[in-house]
Design a binder for this molecule. Structure first.
Ligand SMILES: C[S@@+](CC[C@H](N)C(=O)[O-])C[C@H]1O[C@@H](n2cnc3c(N)ncnc32)[C@H](O)[C@@H]1O
Ligand code: SF4
Length: 386
């Protein structure tokens, strides 16, 4: 069984939020996608499935080359599309993490999947390989929106995949995305209804972002309609209202029943994690590392016996303090104020006066989550404490 917080601990509890900073995690990136979606700016490749076996061997080598560390509490296999990789190979990756670091009893192993890859059979395969939380990229149940987003599945396929996965996985997450110009209020409502009725115990609802350098951003620059900020704010409100009927919001965009995603919680608590694979970012001993982002270079570098690190950032003590605040403010539980938080409160009393942030038992909590980014912009400008 998956280790989940005892029922008395809610996903948005401050104790859990802080405790998560002590958990040890690993992130593993799988870059392969059947087709690249026009809005996506993650480290992904299309039509390179011939390289899957070599890539997984490279991942296993990269893991074995990494420095020793503690036993892992959480693993997140993200993408790209991890469900483009056969269960047996996912099992090999998990085995190599276990050999290198060890996995705690009840380790949470999350894996992202696309609905078109998920059947009862593939679900059983991933479960047997060690995955115990499947995170399905549904985005919408409306076929008009799915087509506009360039997705490869239909709403009906997503429902079938969820049903198949639910019979196998004790933890099932669904990712949704709102604000595409083809989406209407009614279609977003139907998507929320379907997500709730599907019985997922974790739902992430993200606003569609136009990322620079993507086909979507080029289309918008050429005159295609862009997501509208006000509409997206309304859709966030609607999601918060509807999803809170059955789930608890524990971050601006994330909702869970009794078991929030451990890897998410650990990263928002500025926890440490090792990271493997194309473009993967890690965080250890106050240093943030990033891996090479070109697939052939990544594979060749690892095959030549070298670690595929492209660069690292060593933040000053104050940078890390600001980072702690920025990450923590996204959580419903907020963050221990600390030096940077106190400075933010002194410099911006208007946030408290306007009821945007509150002080609760030494913590700062954003009580108007839609304004989190506005608060975070000011955090970035907080000057070092004298
Ligand atoms: C990078 S994808 C990887 C998982 C899987 N391939 C998928 O498409 O769902 C993870 C999630 O990121 C979110 N995402 C990706 N690009 C986004 C964008 N431009 N704006 C908002 N959310 C985005 C989607 O909700 C998606 O489910
Ligand atoms: S959104 Fe998911 S499926 Fe689409 S390109 Fe990005 S990682 Fe691949």
């Amino acid at each position: 069984m998956v280790a989940s917080p005892p029922p008395s601990i809610r996903p948005d509890s401050p104790e859990l939020a802080d405790q998560a900073g002590e958990w040890r995690s690993a992130y593993v990136h799988i870059p392969f996608c059947a087709r690249i979606c026009p809005y996506c700016d993650f480290a992904v490749v299309e039509g390179r499935q011939d390289l899957v076996d070599r890539y997984v061997s490279a991942l296993v080598s990269e893991i074995s080359m990494s420095v020793d560390w503690d036993t892992l509490d959480a693993v997140f296999i993200g993408g790209g599309t991890p469900s483009q990789v056969a269960p047996m190979l996912i099992g090999e990756i998990l085995e190599s993490l276990n050999d290198k670091f060890g996995l705690v009893d009840g380790v949470e192993v999350s894996m992202e999947a696309n609905p078109e890859d998920i059947t009862a059979r593939s679900s059983r395969g991933y479960r047997a390989a060690g995955v115990n939380r499947l995170s399905m990229g549904v985005q919408s149940f409306d076929d008009v929106v799915l087509t506009a987003l360039g997705r490869q599945h239909t709403g009906g396929q997503a429902l079938r995949a969820i049903e198949d996965a639910r019979s196998v996985f004790e933890r099932l997450s669904i990712d949704l995305m709102y604000g595409d110009p083809t989406e209407t209020e009614a279609s977003w409502d139907r998507t929320l209804d379907s997500a709730l009725a599907a019985g997922a115990d974790h739902i992430s609802a993200y606003s569609l972002t136009v990322e620079l350098g993507t086909p979507l951003s080029r289309a918008v620059a050429a005159g295609a309609p862009a997501p509208d900020d006000d509409v997206q704010a309304d859709r966030w409100e609607r999601a918060a209202e509807r999803l809170s009927e059955r789930l608890i919001r524990y971050e601006v965009s994330n909702y869970a029943t009794d078991a929030p995603c451990k890897y998410n919680l650990a990263t928002w608590a500025q926890g440490e994690y090792v990271a493997f694979g194309l473009g993967a970012h890690g965080h250890r001993n106050g240093i943030r590392t990033r891996n090479l982002r070109r697939l052939d270079r990544y594979i060749e570098t690892v095959e030549a016996g070298q670690r595929p690190i492209a660069g690292e950032t060593v933040g000053s003590g104050w940078d890390r303090e600001l980072e702690r605040l920025m990450l923590g403010l996204r959580r419903t539980a907020g963050v221990v104020a600390g030096a940077a938080g106190q400075k933010l409160l002194e410099d911006h009393p208007e946030f408290v006066d306007a009821g945007i942030i509150e002080q609760r038992e030494g913590r700062i909590v954003v009580v108007k989550p839609l304004l989190t980014d506005t608060v975070i912009r000011e955090v970035l400008a907080v000057p070092p404490q004298e």
